[in-house]
Write a protein that binds this ligand. Sequence first.
Ligand code: HEM
Length: 420
Amino acid sequence: MTSELKQALHVKKTEQTIPSSDFLSNPYPTYDKLREKNPVYKGNLYKQPGWYITGYEEAVAVLKNTKFKNRIPLPESSKKYEQLKNIQNDMMLFKNQADHKRLRMLVSKGITPSMIESYRLYMEEVVHELLNQVQNKGKMDVVMDFSYPLASHVIAKLLGVPIEDRQQFRDWALSLVPTIDFTRSRKTLENGNEQTKKLLIYFKKLIQNRKQAPQQDLISQLILEEQQGIKLTDDELLATCILLVIAGHETTVNLISNSILSLLSNPEQLAMLKENPSLIERAVEEFLRFESPTQMTARIASEDIEINGTRIKKDEHVYILLGAANRDPKIFINPNVLDITRSPNPHLAFGYGTHFCIGSTLARLEAQVAIQTILQQLDHLQMGTPDPQWRNLIGFRSLKELPLTFKAVSKTNSVLGNEF
Ligand code: HEM
């Protein structure tokens, strides 16, 4: 690897290797360099030896091949993160074949398109309420004042978590997401383990509660399936709740925040969307492609497999850079240009194949409602910083904050009381 590429990718730290600030603020030139060298590139980036996939067709070929297993083990087992390890073992994301199929089928039954559409009104109410709270101030941090509370409310409603407990979701997600990122250190894992213990206590109690008094929520439905003899162990039920907190929360926060950033950085696209609200569905697809919330996923080869003429050997690790595949010029014309009218737009932001995101319809709707309402309700949108900062993560495109200013107007009355 050239020293230039090495430099772009990382700087050394004591325990782990962390990405450079240039890479964090704009990873796409590095992806381009990797793809130009080889879309199936063998390397040891961030001290993770394996194959780095930056080409779109190659990414699809790996993701649709079930001989690549979805499991990258945690570093050498330690008692200090045993709970985290056990719970990850029971998550559908890290299961394969029959076990994966069974768990996925059970959860899919609880997240149907008609059920998601019934959430539209709730999302609209939450969005209006959150905007009402800042409208007279003329400024907000999109990440903390808007995207996080919205995503927490929706995922918590889906699971059936009481309103007063929803605030905790943010802390849980913030400490658990880094445990599945390249940048994870021992400290991150130990901290994630502590949070997992708290989550286990919380969800055990909630599940017990729902067993006694079922409600209209996903946990009650999964308990019913368990009781009807469809095999789902108590541990798998717990792991599913925790997976949904991680998978369904942070990613949606990032989609909404990154979309607003993309619009603020492309004022002509912002004006076009404001004038043509019917473009919202296409626009959200483009935001998913342009700043993909999940930038990377990983697999292990269960046998020798050939991808694009390259032999990947049994047990080798494969890192699929979704954010790079989504900017592959072989598939997307002018890939580094944000074009909210882009069609077709076959991006891989939700993955591909058997593990394709189960919450994609929910996330799409949430982003559509959120972005459209911001554009309708707030005027003179301007970015409050010339240099937005990104979290130190490689697998997720996640802003630390996104200060936004707009025209202040006097507040309207709250429709939902003080629950926010
Ligand atoms: C913009 C928001 C979201 C993005 C970008 C996203 C992205 C992804 C990706 C890339 C995968 C595939 C991972 C792989 O193949 O290794 C995935 C899987 C998954 N997602 Fe999402 N996701 C989002 C929102 C959600 C939501 C809202 C939920 C829950 C309601 C959810 C639940 C899941 C689950 C359970 C899986 C595992 C599916 C399986 O293993 O079969 N996601 N997501």
